[in-house]
Design a protein. Structure first.
Length: 282
C-alpha cells in the first residue's frame, strides 16, 4: 500500500549528480503522488524515465507567479497529493518553492519533507573546515560591486561560510574573496560532487585562486565554496614578530591603523593582521 496521503505537500530531494543517491522513499513518493510539481519538467523527465516514474508533472519554476502557487494549493485542497522537486538536490535550497510552502502553512495544509541530498551538506561534510556552526550564503550577486559588498558584510563572520557559485564567475569570486577575507583564509572548493570529475581541494584563498586560474577544468561544472570563519585564521599566518608589533601598536592606535602599519612592514594582507587583532580583542 502506498504511504502517500491525500492533501499533503511532499518536498522531495533528488540527486545532485549520482542517480544512486535517490532514496527509496523519494522514489515511492514520486511514483505514487497524484502530481509532481517540477522546476523544469523537461529536465526532470530524465529522472522520471530513469526510475520509470509516470506521475503527471506540472511546472513550478523560479518565476512562478501567485496564480501558479494558488493553482497548486487548490489541487492540494481538493485532496490531491503533490510532490515538489527541483532540478537537483533539495527544493527551496537556492531553488523554487518558498511561497508554496509558506502559503501551505497559512492554509493549514500538511507539508512533509522527504530528505535526501543537498550540495551544501555534501560539500560541508567533506570540506575539512569547522562544521559545528556554519552560515549558508547561497549565490553571491553576479555583479562585481554588489558581490564585493556582500562579501564585506560577512568578512568578520566567525562561522564557516558556504557559497554556491557559477563556474564562469569562480575566478572573479575567489579574487574578491582574497580581497575581502585576506589571502591566507582557508577555503575548500567542492566541484562536481557525486559525479565522475568530483574535485575537493582545500587551500588558502590565494593558492586556490592561482590553481583555479591556471586550470580551465576547474572553471567548469557545479561548485560549492566553503570558507573558514574569521576566528580560525586569526593567528595562523602571522610571524611571532608581526604579532608582537601588532599587539604593541593596538594599545596606542585603532586596530585598522595598526593593521595597516604591520601589514606594510611585514608585507602581509592587512585583513590578516586585522583578523589577528580582532581575535586578540575577543
Ligand atoms: N537545491 C540544490 C541543493 O539542494 O543543493 C541547489 C540548487 S542551486 C540552483 C545549484 C547550485 O548548487 C550549483 O550552482 C552549485 O553551486 C550547487 N551544486 C548543485 N549540485 C552540485 C554538485 N554536484 N557539485 C557541486 N555543487 C553543486
Amino acid at each position: 500500500m502506498s504511504s502517500v496521503l491525500p492533501s499533503v505537500l511532499y518536498i522531495v530531494a533528488t540527486p545532485i549528480g549520482n542517480m544512486a543517491d535517490m532514496t527509496p522513499r523519494a522514489k515511492e513518493i514520486l511514483a505514487n503522488a497524484d502530481i509532481i510539481a517540477a522546476e523544469d519538467t523537461r529536465h526532470s523527465a530524465y529522472l522520471m524515465r530513469h526510475f520509470d516514474i509516470r506521475t503527471p508533472m506540472l511546472a513550478y519554476h523560479e518565476h512562478a507567479g501567485e496564480s501558479q502557487t494558488r493553482k497548486l494549493l487548490e489541487l492540494l485542497e481538493e485532496g490531491k497529493s503533490l510532490a515538489l522537486i527541483s532540478d537537483a538536490g533539495t527544493p527551496l535550497i537556492s531553488d523554487p518553492g518558498y511561497p508554496l510552502v509558506a502559503e501551505a502553512h497559512a492554509r493549514g495544509i500538511k507539508v512533509c519533507p522527504v530528505p535526501g541530498v543537498s550540495a551544501i551538506i555534501t560539500a560541508l561534510c567533506a570540506a575539512g573546515l569547522p562544521t559545528h556552526t556554519f552560515a549558508f550564503e547561497g549565490f553571491l550577486p553576479a555583479k562585481a560591486a554588489a558581490r564585493q559588498k556582500a562579501l564585506a558584510l560577512v568578512a568578520e563572520e566567525k562561522r564557516t561560510l558556504v557559497f554556491y557559485e557559477a563556474p564562469h564567475r569562480i575566478v572573479e569570486c575567489l579574487s574578491d574573496m582574497c580581497e575581502a577575507f585576506g589571502h591566507s583564509r582557508r577555503v575548500t572548493l567542492a566541484r562536481e560532487l557525486t559525479k565522475t570529475f568530483e574535485t575537493i581541494r582545500q587551500n588558502s584563498l590565494a593558492e586556490l585562486l592561482e590553481w583555479v586560474r591556471n586550470d580551465d577544468n576547474q572553471q567548469k561544472g557545479e561548485i560549492v565554496l566553503v570558507v573558514e570563519g574569521v576566528e580560525y585564521v586569526a593567528q595562523s599566518t602571522l610571524s611571532d614578530d608581526a604579532r608582537s608589533l601588532a599587539a604593541l601598536l593596538v594599545d596606542v592606535l585603532p586596530p585598522k591603523k595598526a593593521s595597516k602599519i604591520v601589514a606594510s612592514h611585514y608585507d602581509l594582507p592587512t585583513r590578516d593582521v586585522y583578523d589577528f587583532l580582532l581575535g586578540l580583542k575577543n
